[in-house]
Design a protein. Sequence first.
Length: 328
Amino acid sequence: MRSYITRALIVTVLAALPTASCDQGHLVERRTVVAMDTAVELTAVGTQRDELATALDAAVDEIRAIEAAASLGDPASELSRLNAAAGAEVLSLELAAILDLALEVAAKSDGAFDPTVRPLLTTYGFTDGEWRVPEAEELAEARELVDYRRVVYENGALELPPGFILDLGGIAKGWAVDRALAVLESAGLAGGLVNAGGDIACFGSSPSGAPWRIGIQHPRAPEELYAVVELDGGAVATSGDYERCFERDGRRYHHLLDPRTGEPVRRAVSVTVTAPSCAEADAYATAVFVLGPEEGSALIETLPGLESLIVDPALDAHAGSDFPAADR
C-alpha cells in the first residue's frame, strides 16, 4: 500500500508569514513537517525567538504522538494493532478520546460520518491509490462491514466484529491540529496557527496583528478562492469532491462516500465547517458533505458554535447566518 500527500491545500492561510520582525513588534517562526499523509504547517507569533522554536518543537512532537497512535499507514501504530486484535483491547486515553468524539459525530449524523467506512474506501482503491469502480456485488459485501453501531466499546475497551476496520482518518488529523495548537497556546505566545492540509486551528493574532484570514479553495477552479474567512480563534476544515478522486467514463468518483449506500455523494462539491475545535470541524465537514445542503444545514443548526458553508453542484452557496465569511 502506498501512502500519499494530500494533493491540494483546500484551505489556505492568506498573506506571507515572514520570519523577520512584524509590524506589531512580534517575531514569527514557521515549521513544516510531513505527518498523517499531508504537509503540516505550524506558525508561532511571539517576542522571543528561542521560545517560538521551543514551542514549535513541542507542537511537532504532539503531532507525531497522535500519528503514532491513530495512523493506519503504520502497522506498528496503536490503531493498527487494535484492528489486528482478535478480541477486546484496552485503548490508550488519547485514542479513547478520539474514538469517543468519532462515535459521537457518527451518532449525531445518523451514520453520515462513520469511522468504520474503510472497507468501502478500499473497494474504490482510495486506500492504495489504485483507483477502480467496484462491481455491485463487491460493494454490497463491503457495506456489510460498515456500521459504527456494531463497534463494541465499553469501559475503555474496543472490540470489532470480524472484518471491520476502525479508521479515524476523518477526525485524527483535526485532533492532532488541536493538540499541537494547545501546545503553542500554553507557551504564552501572542498567536499561533496549525494547518494540516486544510484542517486549520488558530488563536490570538496573525503576524500583522489582525485576525487570521483563511481562503477557501474554489471547488472547480483550484487557483481561485471561493470565500475568505477571518478567525481570531477556533478552527475551520473543508471537505471537497476534488481531494482524492478519479474519473471513469466522464463520471467523478471521490473518497467522500455515503457509508449507508457505498456511493460517492453528489449532493455537494465542497463543505467548509467552522467549529471550536479542528477535530469537530474535520468530522462534521465530512458528515455535512454526505448529508447535503438541507440535512447538513439542519444538523449544524443543532450544534452550538458550529457553522457551515455548503457549495452544491451548481456552485451555489448555502451558508449559516453566522458563518464568518469576509468575502463570498
